[in-house]
Write a protein that binds this ligand. Structure first.
Ligand SMILES: Nc1ncnc2c1ncn2[C@@H]1O[C@H](COP(=O)(O)OP(=O)(O)O)[C@@H](O)[C@H]1O
Ligand SMILES: [Mg+2]
Length: 425
């Protein structure tokens, strides 16, 4: 742990809504901690409980169980009963439909909440409002637009205005709920960088919610993947992608080849030997995986290497055949049959293999990951998957921790679990 203060701590919160078939838990026992200044993301498919979690933190929903601390102060608890009102939680919020006031100028959009605060005697002095507004508008690069009507701003500018308004009160925590999803694709990508730059400059602790894995991976210090009201894995973006703990995470974050497997026994250096329909493969795997236990193996398309000649003294090489190829410009995707499996391999565009070419397919052991079949709930995995890829080798395997109760810790990950964070002061 880095020794930073804890900005937000959420412990075992539950939130149920009455449904047609009794109560349904939108949030089903979620715990996480965000250190000061960090950018923390809840990532998951629609309906997994991201917004509800955020609204519990904001105080817009009352939790059914669990506790929430902000900067060491309990803001929500059942025993003893504590509930701090949203406007007393010192938060900035931007939601998907960032409600700026179109009939007000840019300046007034930011100044209005500050003036309202002033009237309740908890705000900043009147004379300080103007410099504060100008300062925060400069931070979001809207200097010079002060007197423009908010409705006359472009989508990206409106987005930045919503941010400026959220930041003007100098909140302890910034809550962002899919703030980029209303923007078109190009702008969305630019705003990612922009938002992250701004967050770093201001240094505000941020809890970000998105269903978009590229946003989550590119912006966050830590990512918690949610499924069915629970967090199924929390790790660095790299480890979420490179060391998925469950089938669901492997599938939801990026594309992957998932193979059913049977454990044959131990291999060298803490690996396992697995029988798959493609053939026998070695993989890195969870501790305590028993022999002959069913397992799943995840290997990313960019990790499946193709050779025309059999590589010498390399493990995990199987014979295969190119069945199909898709030239995508920046890469070529090959569908390769290996034994009884059809696997996806992503290659550099220079790699030029014809259909029906016999190839040797290499599955680097360190990229063959045994994943758990556990689910966050009965919710089915999403059907439509976004595509993204990421270069680079895993730098540290110790940082990923599956947090779903029933998922055994991966030994390759278990080396150095972050120390428990003590009761915030
Ligand atoms: N006010 C509400 N009343 C009833 N059900 C709700 C309410 N808010 C959310 N839900 C349900 O809770 C689940 C989680 O919703 P939500 O937190 O909005 O998910 P996400 O933001 O991840 O898409 C969904 O099944 C949703 O229908
Ligand atoms: Mg939502």
């Amino acid at each position: 742990m880095s020794g930073r203060e804890v900005a937000l701590r959420v412990e075992e919160i539950v939130k149920a809504f009455p449904g047609t078939e009794g109560e349904a838990r939108a949030v089903d026992g979620i715990s996480f901690t965000i250190e000061e200044g960090r950018f923390y993301t809840l990532l998951g498919p629609s309906g997994c409980g991201k917004t509800t979690t955020l609204r519990c933190v904001a105080g817009l929903e009352r939790t059914d169980a669990g506790r929430i601390w902000l900067a060491g102060r309990v803001v929500s608890s059942h025993k003893p009963r504590v509930f701090v009102r949203p406007d007393e939680r010192d938060l900035g919020m931007v939601f998907q439909s960032y409600a700026i006031w179109p009939h007000m100028t840019v300046f007034d959009n930011v100044a209005f909440p500050l003036r309202a605060m002033g009237r309740r005697r908890r705000g900043i002095p009147r004379a300080a409002i103007r410099p504060r507004v100008l300062d925060v508008l400069e931070k979001v690069q809207l200097s010079g637009y002060e007197s423009r009507m908010a409705s006359k701003l472009s989508g990206g500018q409106q987005q930045r205005l919503a941010l400026a308004r959220a930041l003007a009160r100098d909140p302890k925590l910034l809550l962002l709920d899919e703030p980029l999803s209303n923007l078109d694709a190009g702008l969305r990508e630019r705003m990612r960088t922009e938002l992250r730059r701004l967050q770093r400059t201001v240094g505000v602790t941020t809890l970000y919610v998105t269903h978009d894995q590229s946003e989550a991976l590119s912006m966050s210090n830590r990512v918690a993947v949610m499924e069915g009201g629970r967090i199924v894995q929390e790790a660095s973006p790299r480890d979420i992608y490179r060391r998925p703990a469950t089938r669901f995470v492997a599938n939801f974050v990026g594309r992957t080849n998932l193979l059913d497997a049977r454990v044959l026994g131990g291999g060298d250096g803490g690996t396992l030997r697995l029988e798959t329909r493609a053939g026998v493969l070695h993989a890195v795997c969870p501790e305590g995986t028993r022999q002959y236990e069913a397992a799943s193996l995840s290997i990313r398309p960019e990790d499946v290497r193709l050779h025309v000649e059999r590589p010498v003294s390399v493990p995990n090489v199987l014979e295969g055949r190119v069945e199909y190829r898709l030239f995508l410009g920046e890469s070529v995707e090959y569908q390769v049959s290996v034994g009884g499996e059809l696997l996806l391999s992503r290659q550099h565009p220079d790699v030029d293999l014809r259909r029906r070419t016999e190839v040797f397919v290499e599955f680097p052991v360190q990229h063959c990951i045994v994943v758990s079949d556990e689910h966050g709930s009965t919710a089915p995995p999403p059907a439509d998957l976004d595509e993204d890829s990421q270069d680079g080798e895993p730098e540290g395997l110790q940082d990923a921790r599956p947090v779903l109760g029933a998922v055994p810790p991966l030994p390759v990950l278990a080396g150095e679990l972050p120390a428990r964070i003590d009761e915030p002061r």
